[in-house]
Design a protein around this ligand. Structure first.
Ligand code: FEO
Length: 400
């Protein structure tokens, strides 16, 4: 449980959660980290804490540098429980009366989480907080991705503490961007962005403009997020990726995701995937029996088209498909072409309901849903191939 030096007088003292797989409904196959940072100055300052259950790991790392009771203040950049869950336990070791600085809504939310702990919560001001040699400036980043979220900037060292922004859910022994392959960083960054930040792309785009035009990003030498690696070798890389991702420009890519009762909707999905592939579209086949909704979301993020298949059960779509649609609807992805398909025995509402839901999500629907009764026959392939041609043509109109 060793701390990791970021620069002189600033250390990573967080926790590594190799085992977490379900992060509020998002599959995290590589686990995650809860990053916290210790600044040594006249005022010894802890930036963020960790999830409940990881207090000992945090305090063990801090103790290798300084007695935790010497910490004089804590900054809480984000009041979600993976960062505040250990606050009461941590404050008992630091000193229950020490101040915890947060945004106005951070103060409210932390108090709401721990109303009887008597935490000494203080709202950050517009003025920088003097630590001694160093100082901290605060920037509200409301809805990135919670109402309370804020960044803290240490100008004397060019360190930006960006809470969830620019994070990765990636548990490993590596703490820095230069220790992992760029392809891993980009894929994990996209996975994180797609599942956590997509609903807030407008707010993120404005924030990127603000921090670029104000010179904050130009002055940033190292980005220290609350999850995953510290961006020390090339912090502008993740900022450039965010600048691209907020635009949600579709690629020449399609996702075919479905569930099936007796392999007949699956047969349609395979034929659609083949046909779209023949049209030159990079097509991803994601059977919900083997793929988590968040994997579908990750693949869907840059896809121009999302085709969803469902059988009918008790006059409804299949529950796993409803689960996926509920998740995708919350992510509010933009610039999507949608299509629904499915086989059925008699009533056949499944595909119709999927089509209606895709419409309600703002996806453009160039075709009515494709439904096949019972087992698809050779003649049934014609509408599937026609749908693939139509979707491919629509993709080619909009994709990069
Ligand atoms: Fe890492 Fe929104 O908490």
């Amino acid at each position: 449980m060793e701390p990791i030096k970021i620069v002189d007088n600033v250390y990573w003292v967080g926790a590594v959660d190799y085992d977490i797989r379900d992060f509020h409904g998002y599959l995290t196959p590589k686990g995650s980290t809860y990053n916290a940072y210790l600044i040594l100055d006249k005022e010894i300052t802890l930036i963020d804490t960790v999830k409940h259950g990881f207090e000992d790991e945090l305090l063990s790392r801090i103790s290798k540098i300084v007695d935790p009771s010497k910490i004089t203040q804590v900054i809480s950049n984000h009041a979600e429980m993976d960062h505040t869950g250990s606050l009461p336990g941590t404050m008992r070791a630091i000193g229950a009366d020490k101040p915890i600085y947060a945004s106005a809504l951070g103060v409210k939310n932390i108090h709401g989480q721990f109303p009887s702990e008597g935490l000494n919560l203080k709202q950050v001001g517009k003025e920088a907080l003097k630590l001694g040699t160093y100082s901290l400036q605060f920037l509200e980043t409301r809805m990135i991705h919670w109402p309370d979220s804020m960044f803290s900037f240490l100008p004397e060292l060019g360190l930006l503490f960006s809470q969830d922004g620019f994070g990765l859910h990636y548990a490993s022994t590596e703490r820095f961007d230069d220790e992992l392959p760029p392809s891993t960083l980009e894929y994990q960054g996209l996975n994180y962005f797609a599942n956590i930040l997509t609903p807030y792309t407008s707010q993120i785009a404005k924030l990127l403009e603000t921090i670029t035009s104000s010179g904050l990003i130009g002055d940033t030498k190292i980005i220290c997020p609350d999850h995953g690696v510290v961006w020390r070798s090339n912090p502008s890389k993740i900022v450039e990726l965010y600048t691209k991702w907020v635009q949600q420009k579709p690629k020449k890519k399609a996702v075919v995701s479905f569930d099936s009762m007796w392999h007949t909707t699956e047969y349609m999905a395979r034929e659609l995937t083949d046909a779209l592939g023949h049209e030159g579209i990079d097509t991803h086949y994601l059977n919900l029996k083997h793929n988590h909704r968040s994997q579908v979301a990750t693949e869907s993020f840059e896809a121009a088209a999302i085709l969803i298949g469902s059988p009918t059960i008790n006059n409804q779509m299949f529950p796993s498909v409803a689960n996926l649609l509920c998740y995708l609807k919350g992510l509010k992805m933009k610039n999507k072409i949608g299509a629904a398909f499915g086989s059925h025995g008699w009533s056949g509402e499944g595909a119709k309901l999927v089509q209606a839901e895709l419409g309600s999500m703002g996806y453009s629907l160039p075709s009515p849903e494709i439904r096949i009764q019972w087992v698809p026959q050779e003649k049934d392939l014609t509408p599937i191939k026609e749908l693939a041609k139509l979707i491919a043509a629509e993709i080619n109109k909009v994709a990069e």
